[in-house]
Design a protein around this ligand. Sequence first.
Ligand code: COA
Ligand code: AMP
Length: 634
Amino acid sequence: MDGSTGASRYDEVYAAWRADPDAFWRRAAERLEWATPPATVFDPGMGVYGRWFPDGRLNTCWNALDRHVGAGRGAQAALIWDSPITGRAARFTYAELLDRVARLAGALAARGVAKGDRVIVYMPMVPEAAIAMLACARLGAVHSVVFGGFAAAELAARIADAKPRAIVSASCGIEPGRVVKYKPLLDAAIALSPHRPDFCVILQRPEHPCELTPGRDVDYAAAEAEAPHQPCEIVAATDPLYILYTSGTTGAPKGIVRDNGGHAVALMNSMSMLYGLKAGDVMWTASDVGWVVGHSYIVYAPLLAGCTTVMYEGKPVGTPDAGAFWRVCAEHGVKVLFTAPTAIRAIRKEDPEAKLLAGYDLSKLEALFLAGERCDPPTAEWAHALLGKPVIDHWWQTETGWSISGNFRGLGLFPARFGSGGKPAPGYDLRVLDEGGQEVPRGQIGTLAVKLPLPPANLPTLWHADDRFRSAYLETFPGYYNTSDAGLVDEEGYVFVMSRTDDIINVAGHRLSTGAMEEVLAAHPDVAECAVVGVKDSLKGQAPIGLVVLKAGVDRAEADIAKELVALVRDRIGPVAAFKDARVVPRLPKTRSGKILRGTIRKIADGETYAVPPTIDDPVILDEISGVLKAAER
Ligand code: COA
Ligand code: AMP
C-alpha cells in the first residue's frame, strides 16, 4: 500500500502550470488576503532574474494569524508545544498566539524596531521563537534565525552580515545531558562582531536563568507583558520577510533572502497540493526553527493554511525513548509528520521491531514526509511497513523554501519509488545538464538545474550580495539555477538526487560546509594543509572526517593534535558540525596542478572502488591514505 490511487492529477496540473504559469500562481495568490492584490504576477525585468507579485502589498503575519481569528478560528489550536526534554507542554489558540505576537511586536516597536530593520532570533525550540519570527513579520522587520547548535563565531558572522537592530534570545537550550547556555555564546558573539545590536530581548527559562546585561538586555516576559498590541505593517510582496544563513562553499555563510508575497503564496499552495492538508488539520514537522524546514513547516505554512502546528523540543530517541515520535503523533492527532531520514534511522536503530509503537493510536496519521538528505530505500521501506501509510521523500534546499520535487497528496499520489524524491513540483522546470550545460538523455546523471525563473518563495537573491548570488547559482549554466545537486530523471519522470557537486555535506540532515571546516583546521599552528570530506555514516547519512598534514618539524603526539582539532571545530563552528575524527597523514593526494583529490579520498574512506585519477601527481599516496583510514575503526 503506497497510498497511490491510480488517479493522480499530477500530470494534468503540471501541464496546466507549464501552459500558463501566471494563471497558476494568480489562482494560488487569491487564497491570501492582500492589502493591494497584485495586478502583475511576475515581472521578468525586476531584480536579478525577475520578481513575483511586484505590485502586491500584504502582511504575512496578518495572513498567518489575524485573518484566521477574523474568520472565526480564534479558539482553534494554532501551536502545540511538546517538550519532553523539559517535561513541559503548552497549547496556544489562534487568538492567544495573535495576542502574544502583537504584544512582542509592540515591545520591539517601542524600542525602535521598524520596517526593514533586521532582528536576529537565537533561540531553542520554544514557542517564543515562533512568536518572535511572527512579531518581526508583523512589523515588516526582517528576522534571521540562527540555529542553537552553532558556536559564537558563527553567530558573530551572522550578526556582522545582517547588522540587526535587536537580538531575541533565551537563557538556555537543552540538549540531552547538558544545558546549552545561550547567554555566554551571545555575549561572545556580540563581542566578536563589528556590529552591535541596540538591545537584546532575553527569555528566561526556568531550567537555567541567566544574568541580564544592564543597558543592553531586556527581559522577554516583562517586555511582552507591558507592551500594547502592534498592528500589522503592510509591506510590498517583494520586501524581505527573512534572511536565513546557510553553508556556502567557503566559511562565509550565504544569506538566503525570502520575500513576503511569493513566500506566502507558494507555502499556502504547498499545504494543499503537496501535503494534502486543510484548515484545522494537525501538522508536525520534527525539525528545528533554525533550519529552513522549520521556518516553512513549523511556523509559516501551517499557520498560513489555518492548521495546527506541533513544535517539539526533544529528540527522536532518548527523550525518553524511541517511541517519542509515535506518542506525539497519537497525543496531538497528527495528520502529516515531516522529518529527516536520520530521525527514522535513529528510531529504527533503537527499536528495530517498533515495539514502542504498540499502544499508540496512529489512526489519524495519513502520511510521513521525509527531506533534508537523501533517503536510503531501506529506511523508507521500514517506515512504510511499520506505519502502513505513504512515505514521501521530497527534495528541497534552503534556497528554495519548499520542495523542488515530491509526491503530491492533494493531487492524488502517483506510485512511490523509494530512492527517488518524486517528480518535479508544478512551478519547477527541472533539467539535468552535463558540464557544458547541455541536457543529458533521461536516466543519465548530471547536474540538476531549474530553468529560470524560479517559482515563488525561492530566493530572489542573497542578502546584499547580488553578485555572489549570480556567481554561486546562475553563472555556471546561463538561464538556469544550479542546484549543486547531482542526479537523474528517469524515463517516467522520477527524480533521483544522488549527491552534491560542491563541498556541502549533509550530517544528520544538517547542511555543513567541509570548506568551512578546512578553514578551521588550517588555522591550527601545527597544520600545513588539510582536507575534510563527508564519509558514509549509518545513522547520520554522512559524517565529516579531516585529514591533516603537519608542518615540518612538528613532533608532538598526533593524538593530542587530533583532539585539539576536534575541539577547534566544535568551538568555531559548533557541536552541530559533529566533527569527531581528525587524522594525520604524511601527504594529501593531488592532481599535478595541485588540486586535492577529495572525491578519491572519500571513496577510499567509504571502501568504494576507485580509479586512480590520470592527473594524480603520485599514486603511492593513495595507499598511504588507505592505510591511515584503515588504521582505526570509524
Ligand atoms: N543546540 C545546541 N547543540 C545542539 C543542537 C542545538 N539546537 N542541536 C544539536 N546539537 C548538538 C548535539 O547535542 C550534539 O552534541 P554532542 O556532540 O555534544 O553530542 C551535536 O550537536 C551533534 O548533533 P546531531 O548531529 O543532531 O547528533 P545527535 O547525536 O545529538 O542526534 C539525531 C542524532 C539523529 C537524534 C539527531 O540528529 C536528529 O534528531 N536529527 C534529525 C535531523 C533534523 O531534524 N534535521 C532538520 C532538517 S529536516
Ligand atoms: P538544506 O539547504 O539544509 O535544506 O540542504 C539542502 C540539500 O540537502 C540539498 O541540496 C540536497 O543535497 C539535500 N537534500 C535535501 N532533501 C533531499 C532529498 N529528499 N533527497 C536527496 N537530497 C536531499
